[in-house]
Design a binder for this molecule. Structure first.
Ligand code: APR
Length: 230
């Protein structure tokens, strides 16, 4: 029976793919006011601005490739039952070959009906615009969880975290809830790793910090796991 390795990833794992993080220097939230481009209030006030913001991020995603961190996580599936919970809206984990990816904050490559949230569409054209309608005639919106909205996948993420044999946090500042609260659901007896070149402060001392970028950090994690679990 393979050990279940549950990963919580954030923007940092996509940094080496050239995708900007949010709260680092030159992060997205230094250039944009998050509440103006990533909140449900902003959508009601100025949907065109949000469509343009996500069009830009979608186009950037399409020119990016998975990096060593993504690829090594996919490779870990040979020896572990790897389940990825990601805050990222890019598809780099999937494109690296990971087969179990749960998106807490939605997915850039999908659009959703504003009338019926169960109507979700894969976007073939990266440009969304006002006037793009669902089959029921209502405006399409990015399939993204904005500030001020519920996180529908949170219960699934909690159950996954509670079932982990190993928990590893990669590339997130743990600033945004409820995602950051997942760490509290990890069983008290299991090892917890955190990979980040600039680890968040005030971490519980049980967390084993690997202060590296994702590519090098996941390679180190792989070594540690081989010693401990093989
Ligand atoms: N490798 C690993 N980690 C990195 C790297 C790297 N190459 N570069 C930066 N990091 C780390 C930073 O040190 C930081 O701790 O990644 C983290 C990025 O933090 P944020 O920019 O806050 O991104 P994230 O935690 O994913 O944000 C959470 O906030 O705006 C919302 O919905 C958005 O999902 C996002 C959420």
């Amino acid at each position: 029976m393979m050990k279940k390795l549950v990963i919580l990833s954030g923007a940092g794992i996509s940094a080496e793919s050239g995708i900007r993080t949010f709260r680092d220097m030159n992060g997205l939230w230094e250039e944009y006011d998050v509440m103006e481009v990533a909140s449900i209030q902003a959508w009601y006030k100025n949907p065109e601005l949000l469509l343009r913001f996500y069009n830009d991020r979608r186009k950037q995603m399409m020119t990016s490739q998975p990096n060593r961190g993504h690829l090594l996580l996919a490779e870990l599936e040979k020896n572990f039952d790897v389940r990825i919970i990601t805050q990222n809206v890019d598809d780099l984990h999937e494109r690296a070959g990971s087969s179990n990816v749960l998106h807490l904050h939605g997915e850039l490559k999908k659009a959703r009906s504003t009338k019926d949230p169960s109507l979700i569409y894969l976007l073939d054209d990266p440009e969304m615009k006002i006037g793009d309608h669902c089959e029921k005639g209502s405006q399409l919106r990015p399939h993204i969880v904005w500030f001020g909205e519920e996180v529908p996948e949170m219960d699934n993420a909690i159950k996954l975290t509670q079932s982990a044999d190993i928990f590893c946090i990669i590339g997130t500042s743990l600033n945004v809830y409820p995602a950051a609260g997942l760490i509290n659901y990890a069983p008290a007896t299991i090892p917890i790793f955190l990979i980040d070149p600039n680890p968040p402060a005030l971490l519980h001392q049980r967390i084993q910090v690997i202060a590296e970028k994702a590519g090098a950090g996941v390679a180190l994690l792989l070594e540690k796991l081989k010693d401990a679990f093989q």
